[in-house]
Design a protein around this ligand. Structure first.
Ligand SMILES: NC(=O)c1ccc[n+]([C@@H]2O[C@H](COP(=O)([O-])OP(=O)(O)OC[C@H]3O[C@@H](n4cnc5c(N)ncnc54)[C@H](OP(=O)(O)O)[C@@H]3O)[C@@H](O)[C@H]2O)c1
Length: 242
């Protein structure tokens, strides 16, 4: 299996049935997953797992402890982050702009909800310490507020810019509360991190949960799907049958 390394970005071959790639780019697919399931998880799920790995290593989140925030929770990264954290016993608060996804997210293990609008308002640089850690795929004010609400010594693993690529905040959470912003890039991640992320997915992503996260569509549906994705009307992932 291969994720990132510039495929469909700086390397030709997107949507091809066969592709020639460098052997060191390949990650062994865990026995737990079929090829279809692996693509249902996709780069989004693998990135979510990289974020969870980083947070767990950071050490301030604890099973049964303080809440862990997941932003963009109903999206591809968010859904898998919720499921992985919940399965490992961390209490997850999901931030979403779509209340109709609450039941789906509760099914993945979220126990708390925060409207995404609440994290989009500019607040003071240091706010009430609420999150032991977090996974952010939204960026912008959402990430700034998440950092401002993180406990002393905690960390937010940030991987996305679904809302904005800006970071309109202050250094105060970092210099007065030792809060850390962990950057996550899946594309150039070295082999060891990839393997650890896929092992976590194989261990903690329940197959029934995974089945609820993606749908399979024919290749011909791609133009319609693209419009729906841009309009925010797709929940989770779509696997294309080539
Ligand atoms: N660093 C990496 O290696 C890496 C890898 C994969 C993805 N990414 C990035 O991570 C982000 C998420 O990817 P994805 O595949 O999960 O995308 P996705 O399925 O489209 O989900 C993004 C979610 O973000 C929320 N959102 C969208 N627009 C927003 C806005 N204006 N303000 C606040 N929230 C908003 C929505 O969540 P709700 O519907 O729940 O509100 C949406 O479902 C993208 O920016 C992507 O480029 C980075």
């Amino acid at each position: 299996m291969v994720n990132g390394w510039g495929l469909s970005e700086t390397q030709w071959g997107g949507y091809g049935r066969f592709q020639r790639v460098k052997p060191e780019w390949l990650t062994r697919l865990p026995d737990a997953f079929s090829l279809e399931q692996a693509m249902g998880i996709g780069t989004a799920g693998y990135t979510a797992s990289l974020c969870v790995e980083a947070l767990v290593k950071w050490g301030t989140i604890a099973p049964g402890g303080k809440e862990v925030l997941v932003t963009g929770a109903a999206g591809g990264v968010g859904s898998v982050a919720v499921a992985l954290l919940a399965r490992a016993g961390y209490p997850v608060t999901a931030s979403t702009g779509r209340p109709e996804t609450h039941e789906y997210l509760r099914g993945l293990g979220a126990t708390g909800f925060i409207d995404r609008a609440a994290l989009l308002e500019k607040g003071p640089p240091l706010q009430k310490e609420r999150w032991a850690g977090g996974v952010d795929s939204v960026g912008g004010l959402t990430l700034v507020n998440a950092l401002s609400q993180t406990v002393w010594g905690g960390a937010i693993a940030a991987c996305g810019l679904a809302g904005s690529s800006d970071l309109p905040g202050t250094v105060l959470p970092h210099i007065l509360r030792s809060v850390t912003l962990i950057g996550i890039d899946s594309v150039m991640a070295p082999a060891g991190r990839r393997t650890a992320a896929w092992e976590r997915l194989a261990r903690d992503l329940d197959p029934r949960t995974l089945a609820a996260m993606y749908e399979v569509q024919p290749f011909e549906a791609l133009p319609d799907l693209a419009a729906k994705i841009l309009a925010g009307r797709i929940r989770g992932r779509v696997v294309l049958k080539i």
